[in-house]
Design a protein around this ligand. Structure first.
Ligand code: ADP
Ligand code: MG
Length: 418
């Protein structure tokens, strides 16, 4: 029993240290799309970890080794998919074949099942809000398969050993999930900090200039409007509407900017989320149908949150507008609200089936002046993000090129009246 502690600790340390190393190479994120390079590097790190576990077996039975390599295969596959999983699987299997012995077959089968079970649960696991529950189900499934396979082939070791081995396997797996989830959260907070830092810097610099530009702009607009009515010059008449449009656009950019630096207009009160969405949908419907887009909004129970009605409307309309603008030809914007009373949160999801964004584009959304539209301001998402953050909410964009975009917003739930 005591003799098991040392190799067990070595195995556990290897797995944890490789998890932290993988996070150093590419910080863990919730985004499900990894680049090929990321997948290969995660796979290689996992493979190295798995192999080291094999070199420090917990228990040996002739040429058979009990170690925690299958946890490496399992967790890597669960989080990063089949390719990294296969890299770990192939390298550990290769070494297992080199070690040889009478139980090569069972050793390989156990490895392969780690990959298959993880793949089976992967989609559900990544989407689930309770990763520990799904992780437990997945690992227990795998352990059951492992025990069944062992009972058919190897039962020479002491019963107590199996108990310790499987219990430790379960806890190590759960601890790894815990560490990975924590790292994802820390990385997200760090990214948010960098983002806010960028905003503050640019915001402070330009807010003062913006204010100064706005006043003369209003004067210019007034004169152009006045002159365009009075003038006999046909060319001036013709182009004055373009000048006015462009001036309005400039003004809207400045208004958006000033919104960021004028928190005194922002007042938190108890607001009915369902009614706010309702009025946004009403307001956006004409614009949507003009561009052949339909808005599908499932209104059900009333939901209340704490926020500022005016700002929230602006945020939701920005997102809907972006969705409509992303759709070429016919399309649909779906809006739904789902309260989670257990977590005391409400999730608002706005999705479109427009052109979507690449991973590179997704990283830029929300940064000032990032736009791909000829008449865009590149400020809409920045203002939206700020409003939602100021209301203690969170916002996340998921998108796939050619498929569409999903925007998920979460707010703390206030109470619900039925
Ligand atoms: P703007 O709408 O003025 O361009 P935003 O900050 O609202 O500025 O959006 C920035 C960019 O993000 C857009 O130009 C567009 O490329 C991209 N984007 C935002 N929402 C979507 C969406 N739903 N689908 C595809 N691209 C989007
Ligand atoms: Mg926009």
């Amino acid at each position: 029993m005591i003799t098991l502690i040392k190799p067990l600790l070595v195995n556990i340390t290897i797995l944890f240290s490789f998890t932290f190393n993988a996070n150093l190479f590419f910080p863990f994120q919730t985004k499900h799309h990894l680049s090929l390079k990321q997948k290969v590097i995660y796979g290689l790190i996992g493979a190295f970890g798995g192999l080291l576990c094999m070199f420090y077996p917990i228990e040996t039975l002739g040429d058979t080794r009990f170690d925690l390599r299958m946890i490496a295969i399992f967790v890597i596959t669960l989080y990063t998919g089949w390719l990294p999983g296969m890299i770990v699987l192939i390298s550990t299997c290769f070494i297992r074949i080199l070690i040889s012995g009478p139980f090569v077959g069972i050793g390989l089968t156990i490895n392969i099942f780690a990959l298959l079970t993880a793949l089976l649960f992967r989609k559900k696991f990544l989407r689930s809000s309770n990763k520990y529950l799904l992780g437990t189900i997945a690992i227990l499934c795998y352990i059951s398969i492992y025990i069944i396979l062992l009972s058919f082939s190897v039962h020479f070791l002491h019963f107590n050993f199996y108990i310790i081995y499987f219990t430790i396997s379960y806890f190590v797996c759960m601890a790894l999930i815990f560490v990975i989830e924590k790292l994802i959260k820390i990385n997200k907070q760090f990214e948010e900090m960098v983002y806010l830092d960028k905003l503050t810097m640019i915001g402070q610099l330009t807010a003062s200039i913006a204010h100064e530009i706005r006043n003369p702009l209003t004067t210019v607009r007034g004169f152009i409007q006045f002159l365009s009515k009075e003038t006999k010059d046909e060319q001036f008449k013709q182009f004055s509407s373009i000048i006015l449009d462009e001036l309005d656009r400039t003004n809207s950019i400045i208004t958006n900017y000033l919104m960021m630096t004028k928190p005194e207009q922002f007042r938190l009160t108890d607001i009915p989320l369902h009614e706010v969405i309702d009025s946004c949908v009403q307001l956006m419907r004409p614009y949507a149908s003009y561009t052949n887009v339909s808005i599908e909004w499932e209104k059900n129970e009333p939901i209340f949150i704490r926020g500022d009605v005016h700002s929230l409307k602006q945020a939701i309309m920005n997102i809907i507008k972006n969705g409509i603008e992303a759709i070429e030809g016919q399309g649909i914007i779906k809006i739904n609200v789902k309260p989670d009373y257990f977590k005391n949160k409400v999730r608002l999801r706005i999705s479109d089936n427009g052109r979507g964004m690449s991973q590179e584009q997704l990283k830029q959304i929300g940064l000032p002046f990032y736009t791909t539209k000829s008449k865009g301001t590149g400020l809409g998402s920045m203002v939206t993000n700020k409003i939602i953050r100021d209301m203690n909410g969170s916002i996340e964009y998921e998108s796939e090129l050619g498929q569409g975009t999903k925007v998920t917003i979460e707010f703390p739930l206030l109470h619900s009246e039925t």
